[in-house]
Design a protein around this ligand. Structure first.
Ligand code: NAD
Length: 295
């Protein structure tokens, strides 16, 4: 497993490609937004002219694309055309369970190996090669992919058979969506009663409310360095991607007959923010939406 094609070099795929190259893999990358490829060349990643150029001859193809729509399109129109026999497809995009299972079936039917391997850890985790990979698929395939995943992540968790990585990711991100809304409301209440942002952070960070939304994506400017709130909420993890993820969770709950209480409420917050024109801002920027509500 030496030649790796990366398809999709956005906020996540770019640092992941760089880390692969840094670990000694030969990396061929393609993104339809060509301008995202050039900066990667200084890190030893080969910028490819199209999907075929990246995929042909690769031992493994890693897709890091926005939604199931793009993953399916790349699989149907490019992967099955250009990948060699036995090539391993690792999809690290966040997509729904049903699409992931269909992809596994179709890959196996065409003689390919596949893992669904969505990630957690955000752009900071991607940059630091500290991602958590949640993997669904056969153990043998994971054994093949493990050294590659270890070059990008700190934890590789085998969650079960085909689709179970996406099942884990869906639950995780539903929890994250709700968690961010709770952190935002905590800061607004603090402000309302005269408690400083920094003081609430100091207390919560060392108390029972400590969490990823507080530390890695602190939604209030001026409290934590290098979070999206410090750069006008440039993602990070966009509101529209969070909206997609929580939609995946709501659909799965509906299909399985589970009635959820908090997730639909959180979804309505991200939807309103996106509808107001801020879908491309980081999901922590709902801090601004809720502040507007209160004023
Ligand atoms: P992004 O929008 O920054 O990057 C996606 C890239 O895919 C873009 O550069 C786009 O041009 C490219 N692309 C789209 N269609 C393509 C195609 N047909 N062929 C080649 N390239 C194509 O998104 P991101 O933040 O990097 O997220 C990617 C995936 O990872 C999403 O599924 C997201 O939900 C998931 N994810 C993101 C984060 C995060 O913090 N950003 C964390 C965990 C998981």
């Amino acid at each position: 497993m030496q030649d790796i094609a990366v398809i999709g070099t956005g906020n996540m795929g770019a640092p992941m490609s760089t880390n692969l190259s840094r670990s000694g893999f030969t990396v061929h990358a393609f993104d339809i937004a060509g301008e995202k490829l050039a900066p990667l060349e200084t890190h030893g990643v080969r910028a490819c002219k199209d999907h075929a150029d990246a995929i042909a001859g690769a031992d493994m193809v890693l897709t890091m694309l926005p939604t199931a729509h793009e993953v399916r399109d790349v699989f149907d129109r490019h992967f099955t055309q250009y990948a060699g026999p036995g090539c391993l497809l690792v999809d690290s995009s966040t997509i729904d369970l049903e699409d992931a299972r269909r992809l596994h079936q179709d890959a196996a039917g065409s003689g390919y190996k596949m893992l669904d391997a969505p990630v957690s850890g955000g752009t900071a985790g991607a940059a630091a090669a500290r991602l958590t990979f949640m993997v669904g698929g056969l153990s043998d395939h994971l054994d093949n992919a493990r050294p590659v995943l270890e070059a990008m992540g700190a934890r590789i968790i085998h969650c079960g058979g085909p689709g179970m990585g996406q099942a884990a990711k869906m639950c995780n991100n539903m929890m994250l969506a709700i968690q961010m809304a709770s952190v935002v409301e905590g800061f607004h209440l603090a402000k309302q009663v005269g408690l400083g942002d920094g003081k609430l952070y100091e207390v919560a960070h060392s108390s029972s409310a400590d969490c990823f939304s507080l530390t890695a994506f602190c939604p209030v400017p001026g409290v934590v360095e290098n979070v999206p709130a410090e750069r006008d909420y440039e993602p990070g993890f966009s509101t529209d991607l969070m909206l997609k993820d929580i939609g995946i969770a709501l659909d799965a709950a509906k299909r399985s007959g589970l009635s959820l209480t908090l997730a639909p409420l959180a979804a309505s917050i991200y939807r309103r923010f996106s509808n107001a024109g801020y879908g491309d801002r980081d999901f922590s920027a709902i801090y601004r939406l809720l502040a507007t509500d209160e004023e």
